[in-house]
Every structure is written in structure tokens, then in C-alpha cells.
Design a protein around this ligand. Sequence first.
Ligand SMILES: NC(=O)c1ccc[n+]([C@@H]2O[C@H](COP(=O)([O-])OP(=O)(O)OC[C@H]3O[C@@H](n4cnc5c(N)ncnc54)[C@H](O)[C@@H]3O)[C@@H](O)[C@H]2O)c1
Length: 249
Amino acid sequence: MTNQLAGMTALITGAGDGIGLASAQLFAAHGAHVMVADIVEERANKAVEVIKSEGGQATPVQGDVSDEPSVQAMMDKAISATGRLDILFNNAGGGSGRDGSVVDLDLDEFWRTIRVDLFGTLLCCRNAIPHMQRAGCGSIINISSLRALIGTAGADAYTASKGGVLSLTRAMAMQWAGDNIRVNAMAPGVVLTERVAALIKPDNPIYQKMLLGPCKPQDVAELALYLASPASKRMTGTILPLDAGATSY
Ligand SMILES: NC(=O)c1ccc[n+]([C@@H]2O[C@H](COP(=O)([O-])OP(=O)(O)OC[C@H]3O[C@@H](n4cnc5c(N)ncnc54)[C@H](O)[C@@H]3O)[C@@H](O)[C@H]2O)c1
């Protein structure tokens, strides 16, 4: 099926690279006008060039999901560019080598992760929902991690912030179902983006359990497309692992 998002506007955060970029390309190929939001302006601009060269519609938006005025400006830009906001994909975030166990992680890294992954998700929803309420519908897709579903040691700041994303997803799904705004989350295992491919070690506890092999950014983009599109119209509050068998291992 093609053009599953025809006529819709999708704002994807962290869309200048990795999973966000693959999703922006796929959403645009399915007819959405994609607002490519990224903290790094050149990444957003370059992603838009790529999407346009593929025949899609996209607008770059520089912004930081952890800063409320910046988030408000992102949503305003979506509305002024296309007059609507149908889909919000809260993708910006990710862990770093400064994470660890509760006794050895860098405490500044704890708050950075909470601010970007969890608070950033909250801020983007807070500023998108009024537009979706006015339109009478919407789909919000949050990105968590398999680390929030199964016990893994060594990335406690990231795991805690992604656990918060899951709980927030369920709470928002209950709150906004009456406005026909759906809220779902994906929990991928290892996804071989450029950043992760450079960091991943073969003894990574999740990597070893992914019986079908690690995901590619395009695999996550396909699931995000499903959650964004009317094909998932009866789904809200769901947490979908994308784990190549790891949760059953
Ligand atoms: N790659 C994986 O293995 C994996 C697994 C599970 C979940 N995830 C989640 O998927 C999401 C994307 O991961 P990725 O691997 O594609 O990351 P990535 O590092 O390849 O891309 C992230 C993008 O987000 C942008 N960004 C960072 N901070 C931002 C901010 N404050 N505001 C706006 N943009 C910001 C970056 O500039 C970058 O372009 C993250 O939330 C990550 O936690 C990734």
C-alpha cells in the first residue's frame, strides 16, 4: 500500500539522522509533509534535501526538544507551513558512554537523558496536543527501548528515562482517547544506526538475544509508519517491542 499518509503533516524530532531520518524518508514517501526537527540545523537541512530529491515534501525545523520555547516554535512552524499537525513522532534522544550503574553513572548524564528523552517527549506532546484536539484527531508515537522492558545492567539513566516514556505513553493514551488522539510506543532492541554501529560490542546483552539479527533504522521506520497511519486506528496505549525475539529468549 502506498500513500498511507497522504495529506497529513508529521513532525519527527531528531529526524536529521538515524531512525528519525529513515522515518522521515518513509513518511514522505507515503505522502506526508514531514517537519524535520533536529537540534543540529545542518542535519535538518540536509535531510530535507534528501527527501526532496526523492520527490517528497519536507520542511526543516531547528529546535531542542528539552527547551519549551524551542518546542513551541517547532509546532508553530508546522502549523504555519501546512495548517495542521496529524502525527508527532517523539524520536530525539539516545544514551551515551557516560551512563552506567546507579553508583558509577555521571549524574549530569542522568539529568541530560531525563531532559531530552523523557521531558522532551512530554514537552512535545504538551505543545502538539492542542493542535490535534482542534483537528479532532492525531497519532503520537513515542520511542522507548527494549531496556525499559527487560532487565539489563549498565545504562541506568537511559533505562529509567525510557521506562518513564512507556508509563507516560499509557497515561496519555487514556487521557486523550476521547479526543481521538492515539498514543503508542515502540521499544526497539539494538538498531544499527551509524552511531550505534560504531559503539556496539558483541557482548551487548540485548544484541545477543536478537535471534533474527539487529534492526536497521528502516525496520523501526516501518513500525512507526504503521502506528502513524489509519491502519492502526484501534491501537492506543500499546507498547510494541521490535526485538527480533529478545523478549521471548
Ligand atoms: N539505535 C538504537 O539502537 C536504539 C534502540 C532503541 C531506542 N532508540 C531510540 O531511538 C531514538 C533515535 O536513536 P538513533 O539511534 O536514531 O539516534 P541518532 O543519534 O542516530 O540520531 C538522533 C538525532 O536526534 C538529534 N537530537 C539529539 N538531541 C536532540 C534534542 N535535544 N532536540 C532535537 N534533536 C535532538 C540528533 O542531532 C540526531 O540527529 C532515540 O530516542 C533512541 O534512544 C535507539
